[in-house]
Every structure is written in C-alpha cells, then in structure tokens.
Design a protein around this ligand. Structure first.
Ligand code: KIV
Ligand code: ZN
Length: 518
C-alpha cells in the first residue's frame, strides 16, 4: 500500500444519531436516542455525534440528555457556521465529560453560488470567525468544509489552514454527495497532509456518503493516506444512500490490520447487538446479504463451503462471527431458569432492571420458555418490548384476528383508554394486520398513513419471536420544517399479528402525545 502514513489510532466517530436520523422515514425520540447512545458507548466508539441542536428544541433536549447521561465517548453537536447554531450546540453539550462542537460551511463553488450566495472570501472569513467563536466556548472543535470533494483543492486547503489557525482540533473532509472515487479521494487527503502547513495541529477526519456505493472504500483510502478519524453510521444509515457503515469500516480496518497497521478502540463484540438495536428502533431492516451484520454474512450454503468450514473455519470465513458478537450456541435460558438466573443474564447483556421491571420481563420470559428455548436475542426483544415502550395513552389489552384464503380478514381489538375504560371495536381489511390497524383507528379516531412496515424473525425456527418495525405519519402533526412528522414503533411477539398491533400502538401513542403537545 502506498499510504502516506501508517500506524496510530483511527478514531471512530459515529453519526447515527445525526446523519443517520436524516435517513428518509427515520425519526428518533429523545429516549430512543439515549438508548442508542448508551449502546454506542458500550461499543466504545470514540465520538458520538448526538444531533443538531439548532434544528429543534427536541433535538437540543435529546443531545443535552446524552451529554449528561452517557459516559465514555466525546459527545459532539453539529452547528452551521452561525453564532445561534454554535450557541445551541454548546448549550446542549456543555455538561458532557468531553464536549465537541462541529461547525460546518459549504466550500464548493456550486454550493457557494446557488445555496449560500457567498464569495470564497466571505466563506473563508466566516469559517475562521465561527471556528474561533466555537473554540472560545469549547476546547474541542471540529470543522467541516461541506462538499469538500467537489471543492477546488487549493481553496479547500486554504480554508482548512484558516480553520486550524482559528482553533479547529479536527478537520473533517466530507464527500457530501458520494461523488469521489477511492484513488482520487486518497489523493485529496494526501494533498491535505502535504499541502496544509499547520495540519499537524489537527486530526484529519473523513465523512463519506454512499451514492456510488463507495463510502467505505473511500474512507479506507483516506485512512491509508493519513486520515485518523472516520465518520460513519450503524448499518450505513444516513441521508439518501447513507453514510459509510460503521461495522464495515471497523471490520475492514481490523481484519486488514496487516495493511493499515492502525489501532481501534471499538469493542467489536458489540457490533451485532448495536446493529439489531438500530435496525429495530429506526425501522430500517438490514438486508440479509449486508456485510458483517446481514443474516447471511456467516451462512455457508454450498456443500463445498460447508465442508471446508467444518474442516477449518478460515477456509471460507475471514471473520470469526464471535468477533462481532454472533455466537452460534445462543441458548441462554430454559423453562426451569429462575429470576436470579434471568437477572444475571440480563446484567451480562448490559440491562440493570428494577424488581418491578424484572417481574414483567420474567413473566414474558416464562411464557416464551414454555414453548421454546430462549436465546439472548429473544431476551433482548422481550426487554425492548416490555421496558422501552413510549408512554402509553392507549394500551393494547387484546387483539384477535381471523384470516385465511376464503372469507374476509376481520379483527377485534380492545384498548384501555386514558380514563381507564376498555374500548372494543372490530373492522375488516385486506389482511389481518390491515384489519387490526383499522379497528385500532376506529377506537382512537386517527388514520395515520403507514410509511414502512418490516418484520423479521429474531431467531431461526417456526417458534421464533417476530419483531415488527413500522413508521407512520399524519398530516395533522407537522415538524419544524412544515412536513408531517414521522413516528416509529416496534413490537415483538411469537404471534406476528400481535407484534404488528404492538408496533402500531407504539407509533400511534407517540403520534398522539405529539398531537397533545407532550
Ligand atoms: O455530508 C456532509 O457534508 C455532512 C456535514 C455536515 C459533515 O453531513
Ligand atoms: Zn453527511
């Protein structure tokens, strides 16, 4: 490899909660952001970009809670190069153990001319001034020249030098529209290493989008050329085609350590769990053939391959699945296991439960253990379903559906209303899930539009728990941008119609709370 620099540590900067939330159809509540941030801390990423506080009071609050409650990683907040944004970012992160403000302004001519309507001189001055302002508040400042890969390289170097001079401690090079090709992007980074006089005073970071499917390849080319921070998202979530996938960047750097020779702080055994959590909360399913975290990533189909792996795993496997937290013997508890064993197992998985919470999880566990052996993934699904429900305005008490190839799919639903009454109604639909949703709508008096619905089996086998993730929107509840707000919901059960009903109630309760201004 003709890398300019090898060795040292590559920092993993996770932006799932900021750029990841820009995925079409994805929206996180503050509680969901906090849950993901806690898991990112367990994954031991170096930096969590928790949000864009100036975007909305809700985002500011979510970032502040992460800053106050999540220990370990640097907590970063994004800001445009304007004072009000930088103040909001600082307000949100100032109590973090290690806060960082991330200031950005576009530098490509196309952005300057059509979006900012500023000259190069004006952008240069604004970058310098706003980085200095951020630095007057916070000792750790990252600067991003947006659309860097389409910026005149000489101007880019000039802006970077000014930003470092003004106090930037990290300079991030975004391939904002996923336009770069690996060799070219590596050259751009090398040009910065060699051509920015004060570059030794800052860490070079990269932030690549996947419009041409090259985000990870570009990030790796940048590391080979001297970048020492990579920005990425879990499962590759992000604006349009998404960002570089964290799991792919981390595993490429770790499997090919022979080539890159860099250290990472990430605990790779947390990767599978983090991917499951983000997929479930975001409602964005992981394709089976996705590298590292897809269901087929470690499946060997052909007889020749199976034979090879049985003789020697490394014949067809470059990663031991346990390295990313996939254990083949996943059985954890059976029906004779008691509360103590359950508490210990949950503790090992990172969940500290109160007695009352343990009781709820234990009763769900017992129901499941009566019919099947319970795996770690099952336990996590139960915990998520029982403990991470949004506050309930209406509570699902009962659901019953009749379906088949003849006859009309029909459902009856009972909900507990806020005043304690039990409300029952029925409806029919194109299938049992549609019938359940229509029955719920009749009771609640809402008709949200279903944007996405996905279902996945938590483990193999016909007795597996099914986990449903959905997103809905309603024209009556709009966000700051005037567009309908998106609400996601998850539900888990061995009965997929029940799981679908739970997921819908989850999303609907969030929507109702937003409508009531809660
Ligand atoms: O893609 C991009 O340019 C960004 C910046 C804000 C870093 O997300
Ligand atoms: Zn981005």
């Amino acid at each position: 490899m003709d890398g300019t620099s090898v060795g040292g540590k590559v920092l993993i900067f996770d932006t799932t909660l900021r750029d990841g939330e820009q995925t079409p159809g994805v929206s996180f509540t503050p509680e969901e952001k906090l849950r993901i941030a806690r898991q990112l801390a367990r994954l031991r990423v170096d930096v969590i970009e928790a949000g864009f506080p100036a975007a909305s009071p809700g985002d500011l609050e979510a970032v502040r809670r992460i800053a106050l409650e999540v220990e370990g990683p640097v907590i970063c907040a994004l800001a445009r190069a304007v004072e009000a944004d930088i103040r909001a970012a600082w307000e949100a992160i100032r109590y973090a153990e290690r806060p960082r403000i991330h200031v950005f302004i576009a530098t490509s001519d196309v952005h300057l001319r059509h979006k900012l309507k500023l000259s190069r001189e004006e952008v240069l001055a604004r970058a310098r001034e706003m980085v200095a302002y951020a630095r007057s508040l916070c000792p750790d400042v990252e600067f991003s020249p947006e659309d860097a890969s389409r910026t005149d390289p000489a101007f880019l170097r000039e802006v970077l030098e000014a930003a470092i001079d003004a106090g930037a401690t990290t300079v991030n090079i975004p391939d904002t529209v996923g336009y770069a090709i690996p060799a070219e992007f590596g050259d751009l980074i090398r040009g910065i290493v060699e051509g920015v006089p004060n570059i030794d005073r800052a860490v070079i970071s990269v932030h690549c989008h996947d419009d041409l499917g090259l985000a990870v390849a570009n990030s790796l080319a940048a590391v080979a050329a001297g970048a020492r921070q990579v920005e990425c998202t879990v499962n590759g979530l992000g604006e349009r085609a998404g960002n570089a996938a964290l799991e792919e960047v981390v595993m490429a750097l770790s499997v090919r350590r022979d080539l890159f020779g860099v250290e990472l702080g990430v605990d790779t055994t947390q990767i599978a769990k983090t991917s499951r959590l983000v997929s479930s909360i975001s409602g964005v399913a992981v394709p089976p053939n996705k590298a590292i975290v897809g269901a087929n990533a470690f499946a060997h189909e052909s007889g020749v391959h199976q034979d090879g792996v049985l003789k020697e795993r490394t014949t067809y496997e470059i990663i031991d699945p346990r390295t990313v937290g996939i254990t083949r013997s996943e059985l954890v508890l059976g029906k004779l296991s008691g509360r103590h064993a359950l508490r210990e197992r949950l503790r090992a998985l990172g969940y500290e439960l109160s007695d009352e919470e343990l009781e709820r999880v234990f009763s769900r566990f017992k129901e499941l253990a009566d019919v099947k052996e319970v795996s770690e993934a099952d336990l996590e699904a139960i915990v998520a379903d029982e403990l991470f429900r949004p506050p309930e305005i209406y509570r699902l008490e009962q659901v019953q559906a009749v379906c088949g190839d003849k006859g009309i799919p029909t459902a009856t639903v009972a909900l507990r209303a806020p005043d304690g009454r039990i409300l029952v109604d029925s409806n029919h639909g194109t299938g049992p899930v549609d019938a359940v949703y229509r029955a719920i709508n009749r009771i609640v008096g809402e008709e949200p539009r279903l944007i996405a619905f996905s279902i996945k089996a938590i483990t193999g086998g016909l007795d597996a728990i099914g986990e449903v993730s959905i997103t809905v929107e309603s024209p009556d509840v709009k966000g700051e941008n005037g567009k309908p707000r998106i609400f996601s919901g998850q539900g888990a059960s061995t009965d997929i119609v029940v799981a679908s009903a739970k997921a819908y109630m989850n999303a609907l309760n969030k929507l109702l709370a937003a409508k009531e201004g809660k």
